[in-house]
Ligand binder design. Sequence first.
Ligand code: COA
Length: 197
Amino acid sequence: MVEVRAARPTDLGRVVAIYNHYVEHSAATFDLVPARPEDRIAWFDEHSRGGRYRLLVATEDDQLVGWATTSPFRPRAAYATTVESSVYVAPGAVGRGIGSRLYRSLFAAISEEDLERVVAGVTTPNPASVRLHRRFGFRRVGTFHRVGRKFGRFWDVAWFERSLQDGEAASVRGRAAALRPGDSADSTENFRGAPSA
Ligand SMILES: CC(C)(COP(=O)(O)OP(=O)(O)OC[C@H]1O[C@@H](n2cnc3c(N)ncnc32)[C@H](O)[C@@H]1OP(=O)(O)O)[C@@H](O)C(=O)NCCC(=O)NCCS
């Protein structure tokens, strides 16, 4: 059974391992060099205090199979009401609804935060990611062309946005407990019947 919860410090190694797979084999992330878990401790801490920036993980039979975050979009203060979301599912677990489970819980978790907008950049082509974002109410606002070079070629990034004041996040607002680190974010029971976008 797949469960989604806030990340714990002991998850960091597996979170980084999933990410590193995509660093090495995909343009979904523009990092070029695999990270070490110790490099990501500050990042992990920033996403583990509750508030706007979250790190949720999906587990299946106690194995961590994916994670999703909301992170700062840009550093200047007025951007604080916008977060950037991202999601990575382990290569052997894609296409089985885990990304959707993570996003559903992630947007429920931040639904009470002082946020207006979520944005996401998707290196194209990435049909699964485009469908996932559309499913959760994201609208494609445009494409930056050839903004990253990886594997010897340039890549386009499509940008998506959604409000947190409507769509699926709003539909679960009120039902979602304020999901704090250590709390279960998406037991089957909590979200059974939660509508899909
Ligand atoms: C993108 C990603 C997070 C999606 O998670 P997932 O668990 O595979 O996706 P889900 O099974 O929840 O499916 C989400 C939607 O994508 C569709 N989808 C899944 N795999 C697909 C594929 N290979 N091609 C086209 N659509 C696909 C599903 O049908 C579903 O759409 P629907 O709700 O309209 O039917 C996952 O595939 C992944 O980690 N990919 C590699 C890393 C990555 O690209 N991350 C995103 C960075 S922006």
